[in-house]
Ligand binder design. Structure first.
Ligand SMILES: CC(C)(COP(=O)(O)OP(=O)(O)OC[C@H]1O[C@@H](n2cnc3c(N)ncnc32)[C@H](O)[C@@H]1OP(=O)(O)O)[C@@H](O)C(=O)NCCC(=O)NCCS
Length: 151
């Protein structure tokens, strides 16, 4: 098994990235507001890196690594394709994301965790920590828990 985290670049990679995120973070949750937007401007900001997690060259997970400055990175929109959940791949993907942030000089990683995923982040070394309450005052921020871990 070869599991690698790569930056999204080709049209096929973008298609897998959006398919997994829409399925796991919107459709599986019955989320309709806001609608999933594959052309959201946050995807192309210079300090944001969309990432696809490949298992034997097949896209099975996604995340985005945002550089918030001063050594802080944020991992956003973390998802593993339903058929591949519960097999340790979410942990591997997150560990590779942490390493990527370290390689870029990161000192800590933060996340806005969905209630159902707080246990996953705890299992991966994160702790509850209010790092920017302003981020929770949006429709997307409702019910999320802010967490942090050192890199
Ligand atoms: C959350 C998610 C990314 C986890 O990925 P995964 O591949 O299923 O997780 P893993 O199998 O690697 O589990 C890693 C650890 O987290 C724990 N874990 C995973 N999901 C969990 C959950 N929902 N609640 C509590 N613990 C969880 C596992 O027990 C494991 O801990 P252990 O090694 O100590 O036993 C994945 O289930 C998913 O995509 N869910 C839907 C989308 C989502 O909620 N994304 C997070 C948005 S903030």
């Amino acid at each position: 098994m070869v599991a690698t985290l790569v930056q999204v670049t080709t049209p096929a990679m973008w298609a897998a990235y959006h398919r997994i995120r829409k399925a796991e973070l919107w459709d599986a949750r019955g989320r309709t507001t806001p609608l999933y937007n594959p052309n959201h401007p946050d995807e192309t900001k210079p300090n944001h890196t969309p990432l696809l997690f490949l298992l034997n060259e097949v896209g099975v997970g996604t995340t985005r690594l945002d550089d918030l400055g001063n050594g802080r990175f944020c991992v956003r929109l973390v998802a593993i394709d339903k058929a591949f959940q519960g097999q340790g791949l979410g942990r591997t993907m997150l560990m590779q994301t942490l390493q990527r942030a370290r390689d870029q000089g990161g000192t800590d990683m933060v996340v806005n965790a969905d209630e159902s995923a707080v246990g996953y982040y705890r299992a991966c070394g994160f702790e509850e920590h209010s790092w920017n309450p302003e981020e929770l005052k949006t429709p997307m921020g409702e019910g999320l828990t802010q967490m942090r871990r050192a890199l």
